[in-house]
Write a protein of this length. Structure first.
Length: 137
């Protein structure tokens, strides 16, 4: 017996034209809030208060920062805003059996310069000769 395996199960269905159920809910909710503000407040106040609501509902539907829905960014912002941000670093005393870190290499003779090996010197000479050849032509 052969069974059909469903494909694209992580893509939401489009229920209302080009919009999913969540997107339609964001648009209808934003439009409803703006309508209530328009009916209860004077026109000038409803334009000032309704503008951000319309922008938020349109951002929830269309804006996808880094390929993720805007609601995830908004949720992260709200959680970050209302959680504790006080971090205290306390240095712990070393354990009795732990050894101290020792210096693995001897210090350089001239502290200002780093030792150069032959390969890096050859690469530097080659780069310098290529730069000189470009200027001569």
């Amino acid at each position: 017996m052969r069974f059909e395996v469903p494909q694209f199960i992580n893509i939401p269905d489009k229920l209302f034209g080009p919009f999913t159920f969540k997107q339609a809910l964001y648009l209808v909710g934003g439009a409803g809030m703006v309508f209530l503000i328009y009916k209860t407040l004077p026109f000038f106040a409803s334009v000032i208060l309704g503008g951000p609501i319309i922008a938020l509902s349109l951002a929830l539907v269309y804006y996808r920062p880094n390929g993720r829905p805007f609601i995830h960014m908004l949720e992260s912002f709200i959680i970050y805003s209302f959680t504790q941000k006080f971090y205290l670093w306390r240095q712990r005393e070393p354990e009795p059996g732990a050894q101290e870190v020792t210096q693995l290499h001897a210090p350089f003779e001239n502290e200002g310069e780093l030792p150069r090996d032959a390969r890096s010197q050859n690469i530097a000479d080659l780069a310098w000769s290529l730069d000189i050849l470009d200027f001569e032509e």
